[in-house]
Design a protein around this ligand. Structure first.
Ligand SMILES: *Cc1c(COP(=O)(O)O)cnc(C)c1O
Length: 343
């Protein structure tokens, strides 16, 4: 897809939009007399509006991702970025998107809220990427394709060549949600946003980075897409506390934690396979396992009664009989395994 054709995908009302501007953009210093925003002048650490451009945080994230700040959009969770894809590109009741199924529930929720149809394409055998079917599902009103790798809830990652083949062939925005990429043996597509004007790679601080409570998601994309999303977002979408705390926490390495979770994933998968109640443990590139059990509802209830909460995916397409179990601390995993062993 060519760079100039991105403009043709944008909703007319967004193409016409004059975004909200703040007077503070006219002054870069720290020590000014700020009488422009009707804030309280009494310092308490949070009396000023936060930086709408999140310059300090982006400057910190940029070298970590190996991308210039012009390729980085920060959202109030990746959920905000998902919603913005609809708000920027999809005309309600006119346009549609294509998505793999089963996958992350927010694609269909955000679509429904924006009154945009989702054409769900079931994954192939062994949760493989149905490339031809995804392309065939698109028509002249299809604005975006939602892919998730490693995929939630199936746990598998798709081959990089297959994802890029879709990015090249698809005549619209391709979103590749990499929420679980830190746990995967398949490398990120983040660097590819410099080569493909229609690619949006979503990442999040919520999973491996351990900041689900702070709400920070990344959309990595070519500069024109980042500019469009920045124009449409709420001006102060990332609050001051989150901007500061994420920056602080990003200075702490997580390599040991990720290595431990990946190691535990292998141990737990093996132990689960030995249990009578377990019929199948699917391969995982994420921090969870999709596990097929004899009676998923009964197993789920049994775990809840022991204070262990997992995700029951029994009623999800292609996941009948399945629980999605997050990898926790070794002692938490042990407790879950012992409870399932009682069945
Ligand atoms: C958990 C998850 C996210 C994270 O969303 P945030 O809003 O950043 O917390 C995004 N995508 C997928 C597929 C997820 O499973």
């Amino acid at each position: 897809m060519k760079a100039h054709s991105i403009a043709s995908l944008v909703r007319p009302c967004i193409a016409r939009l004059t975004p909200y501007s703040t007077a503070r953009d006219d002054y870069q210093g720290e020590l000014g007399v700020f009488l422009d925003a009707n804030e309280s002048p009494y310092e308490n650490g949070y009396n000023r509006y936060p930086d709408p451009h999140q310059a300090a945080l982006k400057a910190l994230i940029s070298p970590m991702k190996g991308l210039p700040v012009e390729n980085i959009f920060l959202g109030n969770g990746s959920d905000e970025a998902i919603d913005l894809v609809f708000r920027v590109f999809c005309e309600p009741r006119v346009d549609n998107v294509v998505a793999i199924a089963p996958s992350y529930g927010m694609y269909t929720v955000a679509a429904a809220i924006n009154d945009v149809a989702v054409r769900e394409v079931p994954l192939g055998p062994e949760f493989s990427l149905p490339k031809a079917e995804l392309l065939a599902a698109a028509d002249a009103h299809t604005k975006a394709l939602f892919l998730c790798s490693p995929n939630n809830p199936t746990g598998n990652a798709f081959a990089r060549e297959d994802l890029l083949e879709l990015v090249e062939a698809f005549e619209g925005i391709v979103v590749v949600d990499e929420a679980y990429i830190d746990f995967s043996s398949v490398p990120s597509l983040a660097a590819e946003v410099r080569r493909y004007p229609n690619l949006i790679v979503l990442q999040t601080m919520s999973k491996a980075r351990g900041m689900a409570g702070l709400r920070l998601g990344l959309a990595l994309a070519d500069a024109p897409i980042v500019r469009l999303m920045s124009m449409v977002k709420y001006p102060y979408n990332i609050n001051e506390a989150a901007q500061r705390l994420v920056a602080d926490l990003l200075r702490q390495p997580i390599d040991d934690q990720v290595a431990c979770i990946v190691q535990q994933r292998g141990v737990v998968a093996k132990r689960l396979r030995a249990l009578p109640v377990v019929e199948r443990v699917y391969p995982s590139d994420a921090n969870f396992l999709l596990v097929k059990v004899r009676d998923a509802d009964a197993a789920y209830e049994h775990l809840v009664r022991r204070g262990i909460i997992v995700r029951n995916r029994n009623r999800v397409l292609q996941c009948a009989g399945c629980l999605r179990i997050t990898i926790g601390l070794p002692q938490e995993n042990e407790k879950m395994l012992q409870s399932l062993a009682e069945l």
